[in-house]
Design a binder for this molecule. Structure first.
Ligand code: IMP
Ligand code: MG
Length: 185
């Protein structure tokens, strides 16, 4: 059963210290930006990939706030304009009039968050912003910019700190590039 997952990592992109610094910086920015808001602040954590990031980030927020969870997937290229999104697990509270901050692990094509932004706007949120740990701007297929970005990364498949390949590697404590040999075999 024992298997050293590190042997499948080509390069570390963000070690534990870097991840902690990212969370410190983003939490300070968010705390400053929402300090004077009179609305409920609701973090929408997108499962499963952003679980570690959300946990570390939200613990550093120095404001009253709530946590909600969603699990979504967006359909492929043919549905970009229809804005269709499949919701596997939905919010438990009404976000009408709330300030929503969506927490994502990574933005790739941007389709998932683009569709989610429409869905949350339709539900009457006062504001919707996006906070992502990682961003691959080169891969973008729709116009979407996150409001809070931990780190821009090159176009490579990464795992760790919540991000998976076939549901594995989420428990690696850092973010690293997965060796292509792992998914090419
Ligand atoms: P988008 O709709 O193309 O922006 O898809 C973003 C989703 O794809 C993320 O929430 C991840 O689940 C997944 N994803 C994209 N790139 C990677 C990666 O490099 N490693 C792991 N998951 C990824
Ligand atoms: Mg995934």
């Amino acid at each position: 059963m024992y298997y050293d997952m590190q042997q499948d990592i080509e390069e570390v992109l963000a070690d534990e210290k870097t991840l902690a610094e990212i969370c410190d910086r983003l939490a300070a920015e968010i705390t400053k930006d929402y300090r004077d808001s009179q609305k409920d602040l609701v973090f929408v954590v997108i499962l499963k990939g952003s679980m570690h990031f959300a946990s570390d980030l939200i613990r550093r927020i120095e404001l009253p706030c709530e946590m909600e969870f969603m699990k979504v997937s967006s359909y492929g290229a043919s549905t970009t304009t229809s804005g269709f999104i499949q919701v596997h697990l939905d919010l438990k509270r009404d976000v009408r009039d709330a300030d929503v901050i969506v927490i994502e692990d990574i933005i790739d094509s941007g389709r998932t968050l683009e569709k989610l932004s429409h869905l949350l706007a339709d539900r009457g949120a006062n504001s919707v912003r996006f906070c992502t740990l990682l961003d691959k701007p080169e891969r973008r297929q729709v116009k979407l910019d996150a409001d809070y970005v931990g780190m821009n990364i090159p176009d490579a498949f990464v795992v760790g700190y919540g991000l998976d390949y076939n549901e594995k590697y989420r428990n690696i404590p850092y973010v690293g590039i997965l060796k292509p040999a792992v998914y090419q075999k």
